[in-house]
Design a protein around this ligand. Structure first.
Ligand SMILES: NC(=O)c1ccc[n+]([C@@H]2O[C@H](COP(=O)([O-])OP(=O)(O)OC[C@H]3O[C@@H](n4cnc5c(N)ncnc54)[C@H](OP(=O)(O)O)[C@@H]3O)[C@@H](O)[C@H]2O)c1
Length: 252
């Protein structure tokens, strides 16, 4: 039986906690966080807001804001267990322990939106081979997609995820704002968003691209720009259209 202590009580902490409830070979023995109000989300028998009271565990999972990882890891510097963080963009060496690693689930986690860990890639890294094996065992209990990825590659992967996920979501937001402006429900765009996301499950995004910039429809793009008043949106439209155009230039 693997014993786990989760440090942090945010989105990732909660989703991991719930995922670890299922497998019999693992038990979350403690949840540690500065926000006592969040403890109700964790049915763990042991919770504390005192970081000096972290007990013994085989693996300590630090799931706090990226900028707080180094500070929190200091409370674990004397522990014998393996200390990992869950960040895509943070170097493994941010953790000072000799026995350190990374357990990065490549998914977007939001409060109140359950996810199925089965298909979520878990990117692992560890200082020692034995610890990498341990992380592999742990990740395999909740996911079928475990990848060994070092800090350099993981940071780039995280960058790719920001483009593919965070930036597209921001663009959904602009779409929603424009719908609101004309009193039309965002529901009208939802099937389109879904179709694009589904298409790239089998196609390369390069082959799936459509729209005025892809076709080189200058008039339509000019019309769109004339409809926009928001400076940031005009800049984004222009920049993205140019980026799309240049990708397909040789084909036009
Ligand atoms: N969300 C995602 O989609 C996602 C996906 C993969 C990996 N990650 C990574 O997982 C980690 C946690 O992300 P999250 O989404 O769970 O963040 P979150 O929901 O914002 O939760 C952050 C947690 O860190 C705690 N915290 C922040 N600063 C702290 C400090 N100085 N001392 C002690 N605790 C502190 C917060 O406590 P308070 O509640 O008191 O503020 C909260 O418990 C990050 O490294 C992130 O990069 C996130």
């Amino acid at each position: 039986m693997l014993s786990i202590a989760i440090i942090g009580t945010g989105n990732v902490a909660e989703h991991l906690f719930n995922a670890f409830l299922q497998p019999q070979k693992v038990r979350v023995v403690q949840v540690v966080g500065r926000n006592k109000g969040r403890f109700t989300k964790f049915s763990s028998e042991a919770t504390t807001d005192d970081f000096t009271q972290i007990g013994d565990a085989d693996i300590y999972i630090i799931a706090v804001a990226d900028d707080a990882i180094a500070e929190i890891a200091q409370f674990l510097s004397q522990k014998n267990g393996l200390v990992v963080h869950t960040s895509g963009s943070t170097n493994m060496n941010t953790i000072q322990n000799e026995n350190r690693g990374v357990f990065y689930p490549l998914q977007t986690f939001t409060e109140g939106k359950p996810v199925n860990f089965d298909s979520i890639p878990i990117c692992i890294e560890a200082q020692h081979d034995s610890s990498l094996k341990l992380l592999h065992n742990l990740a395999s209990l909740i996911s079928k997609k475990v990848h060994e990825i070092d800090s350099q590659k993981r940071k780039k992967l995280h960058l790719a995820a920001v483009f593919a996920n965070n930036f597209t979501n921001h663009l959904y937001g602009i779409g929603e704002a424009i719908c609101q402006e004309i009193g039309v429900s965002f529901d009208l765009l939802r099937p389109l968003i879904l179709e694009t996301a589904e298409k790239v499950q089998t196609l390369s995004p390069r082959d799936a691209q459509t729209g005025p910039a892809r076709r080189g429809d200058a008039k339509s793009m000019e019309n769109h720009l004339n409809l926009l008043k928001n400076k940031k949106q005009i800049e984004l439209y222009t920049l993205l259209s140019e980026a799309i155009k240049s990708t397909y230039e040789e084909k036009l």
